[in-house]
Design a protein around this ligand. Structure first.
Ligand code: NAD
Length: 349
């Protein structure tokens, strides 16, 4: 397929781009190159004949029309978004602009292109979203999010993603646009921007700085290795049922404290300190306002219908992630100077 991937210079989008090229797809990577983007993430495919890059903003309808006309994709994989909850607390406007209005403009550009092409049945608009749209779960491990869970977003980020999900469904119901949706749990792995918990912990540990944990560290997340997510997305775009959504999770629930302790144990083995453990650097800091207590996904639909399942446990994935950060210092050093990186964000509430 010729895939138009939005946000392909970001963390997950770049994993999708690299994997799609490796699987023989053609890729047009459309990205505005915000603070969160890094073209080095796709350096390994930049010279591939099946790869093209377009610097464009999803809020710019004229630019989107130009890209659709120039490349005539078979499908859209829409990942471009503002993605950091803490930044959404300090500046929600950009999240509404990009995640809601940007998705609206992309839907309209896709609809115009699809209509002009005679409404091909095989066309797909794949909207990539988050499990955070479902709100927060109680501690009871029998409760998990499914595709039927009612929406209950609680942060400006998750509310903006929920809004975009609703638009995508409405464009399917109203205009017949052939859409698929996915809602995924927390990702981690190589090329994770150094403002998110796992890279912050690895890089602070290597610098001997405190390892900040929000609140008491009891918040639970269902961690998924980014390469497993990219594979799930490619399964859905090629084999998913139109109009359907798929919840994607790693079945790897950990509290933030457990996660950070695991990272410390891996670092203790790979980069031992002269004395003590990296865990001695753990520091509890003021909680994020409205911090969701627990997310967990029941991935039965994607497992039963498409045969997808995660390939690694969280321990294996974290081991690979630490190895990657240890081997790619120039990559993360260059990003540490970007605006807001290394600062506590999201406390203005
Ligand atoms: P990211 O912040 O690493 O990357 C986002 C990319 O989108 C960047 O390259 C950025 O330049 C681009 N972008 C932002 N605004 C744009 C605009 N207006 N026009 C064009 N490009 C723009 O994000 P990520 O973590 O890779 O997440 C990708 C998608 O997956 C998002 O839609 C996010 O909501 C969703 N998601 C993320 C996670 C996670 O754990 N990170 C989990 C589930 C779903």
């Amino acid at each position: 397929m010729k895939l138009l991937v939005t946000g392909g210079a970001g963390f997950i989008g770049s994993a999708v781009v690299r994997r799609a090229i490796a699987q023989g797809h053609e890729v047009v990577n459309l990205d505005a190159l915000t603070y969160a983007a890094c073209l080095d993430n796709v350096a390994s495919v930049v010279d591939h004949p099946g790869y093209a890059f377009e610097q464009a903003d999803i809020r710019d309808r004229a630019a989107l029309d130009r890209v659709f006309d120039a490349h005539r994709p078979d499908a859209v994989m829409h990942l471009a978004a503002e993605s950091h909850v803490d930044r959404s607390i300090d500046g929600p406007g950009t999240f509404i602009d990009t995640n809601v209005m940007g998705t609206f403009h992309l839907l309209e550009a896709a609809r115009a292109y699809w209509t002009g092409a005679g409404r091909p049945e095989a066309f797909r608009f794949h909207h990539i979203s988050t499990d955070e749209v479902y709100g927060s779960l109680p501690a009871d491990p029998r409760t998990r999010f499914t595709e039927d869970t009612a929406y209950d977003p609680r942060s400006p980020y998750s509310a903006s993603k929920a809004g975009s999900d609703h638009l995508v469904r409405a464009w399917h119901e109203t205009y017949g646009l052939p859409v698929v949706l996915t809602n995924c749990s927390n990702n981690y792995g190589p090329y994770h921007f150094p403002e998110k918990l796992i890279p912050v912990v690895i890089l602070n540990a290597l610098a001997g700085k405190p390892l900040p944990i929000y609140g008491d560290g009891s918040n639970v997340r269902d961690w998924l290795y980014v390469e497993d997510h990219a594979e799930a997305l490619l399964q859905v775009i090629t084999r998913g049922t139109v109009g359907r959504s798929y919840a994607i999770g790693g079945e790897n629930e950990r509290t933030n404290l457990q996660l950070v302790q695991t990272l410390c144990a891996i670092l203790d083995r790979k980069r031992p300190l002269p004395k003590g453990s990296y865990a001695d650097l753990i520091t509890f800091v003021t909680d994020r306002p409205g911090h969701d207590a627990r997310y967990a996904i029941d991935p039965a639909r994607i497992r039963d219908e498409l045969g997808w399942r995660p390939s690694v446990t969280v321990e294996e994935g974290l081991e690979r992630t630490v190895d990657w950060y240890l081997a790619h210092e120039p990559w993360w050093r260059a990003l540490q100077h970007r605006q807001g990186v290394g600062q506590r964000l999201g406390v203005t509430a």
